[in-house]
Design a protein around this ligand. Structure first.
Ligand SMILES: NC(=O)c1ccc[n+]([C@@H]2O[C@H](COP(=O)([O-])OP(=O)(O)OC[C@H]3O[C@@H](n4cnc5c(N)ncnc54)[C@H](O)[C@@H]3O)[C@@H](O)[C@H]2O)c1
Length: 337
């Protein structure tokens, strides 16, 4: 039985708690303890996992009880603190993205991982999202030739649900760059390797001065890529992710807010709609992304890899760290614009 200690039962935490509940019907996995600072979040979490022991803080959870796996879904500035403590306790770790926010934290995570040798997955969920898995296959197997150009977007309303409004504090969230753009930056690294160049070209800020909109240009062995991420002004605007990828013989268009989500336009005039696995399970988590689908897929992959003792090749710690470093590089340039 994998005994899970779960830290941070807010918006994203609720999604993973629900997902682990579904997985517990298929695999020997059980959430035995949950920590959250907010009593309403603890109450809601206890509806999903009634037997779990409840704590008001992640440190209290870690110092009481034995766990095989620690899940971390706290605000981002707390990730490295809890990940390091969990690794020192010799627990495997699942940590939401971004795995940390600063170079010092990257280095400390690397040192601890080298000492403790636990298994670690970063919640870079795009790597497990069917439309992006499909795009990776096209890039690797080249049925439409080589990738020539790609534009990726994450468009979100303002993020208003966070504990103590942490999203609007650059030191706690890393701004829209490390919180939102990191998804596409990480995905581009995953499918194309390290960029030759990476620079922000469009930066806008909230009244507070914090960056809320970024467009970056990158090149990967000469292939141009553009990434846009924005938290717009209204909290009501629905979240959508999009990409357009031009290959030698087709354009692949993805719009997460459309049905069908992916359309392929080939150079000989065909319009194709590839089938994507659909999952209409929805979670009441208070966020603007409430589908279980890709989160369930990444949780399932990690739990299976732990039980079968197979390597995590999708999103290991070192990959999460490299993507944070790329995000920091872009954020530091953006702050000067
Ligand atoms: N992968 C994705 O698509 C995705 C989407 C949204 C958020 N996230 C990430 O998930 C993480 C959480 O985001 P969220 O939207 O759920 O935020 P949230 O504010 O809704 O939830 C954070 C929770 O952590 C709790 N918390 C704060 N300090 C704590 C402590 N010391 N011990 C225990 N609990 C504590 C808060 O009470 C809150 O319930 C962030 O890192 C965010 O970047 C990922």
């Amino acid at each position: 039985m994998i005994r899970v200690g779960f830290i941070g039962a807010g918006g994203m935490g609720t999604t993973h708690l629900e997902s682990l509940k579904v997985l517990s019907k298929e695999f020997p996995v059980e959430v035995t303890a949950i920590a959250d600072e907010t009593s309403e979040r603890r109450t809601a979490a206890s509806v999903i996992w009634p037997e779990a022991k409840m704590y008001g803080d992640g440190d209290a959870l870690l110092s009481n009880g034995d766990y095989d796996l620690i899940y971390i879904a706290t605000p981002s500035f707390l990730h490295s603190h809890f990940a390091i403590a969990a690794m020192r306790k010799k627990c495997d770790v699942f940590c939401e993205k971004p795995v940390c926010l600063t170079e010092e934290e990257c280095a400390e995570l690397e040192r601890t991982a080298a000492e403790c040798k636990v298994r670690f997955m970063v919640g870079q969920v795009v790597r497990s999202t069917p439309e992006y898995v499909y795009l990776k296959k096209l890039i690797d197997e080249k049925p439409y030739g080589n990738l020539r150009d790609i534009v990726m977007q994450r468009i979100s309303g303002n993020v208003k649900w966070g504990w103590e409004d942490w999203f609007h504090d650059a030191k706690r969230s890393g701004t829209v760059v490390l919180d939102l753009s990191i998804h596409d930056l990480d995905y581009l690294r995953y499918v194309l390797g390290e960029p030759d160049t990476a620079r922000p070209v469009h930066v806008a800020r909230f009244d507070s001065g914090m960056i809320n909109h970024i467009i970056s240009h990158l090149t990967f062995s000469g292939i141009p890529a553009t990434c846009e991420a924005v938290w717009h002004i209204s909290g009501k605007e629905k979240f959508r992710a999009q990409f357009r990828a031009d290959f030698d013989h087709a354009t692949v268009d993805f719009n997460g807010g459309a049905e069908p989500s992916v359309t392929v336009y080939t150079d000989d005039g065909q319009v194709l709609v590839p089938e994507m696995p659909s999952d209409d399970r929805v979670v009441a988590n208070g966020m603007n992304i409430n589908s279980l689908g890709a989160y369930y897929l990444e949780d399932r992959y990690f739990i299976k890899s732990l039980l079968e003792n197979t390597p995590n090749t999708i999103a290991p710690l070192e990959e999460g760290i490299r993507s944070v470093r790329l995000g920091i590089q872009i954020l530091e340039q953006a702050e000067k614009l």
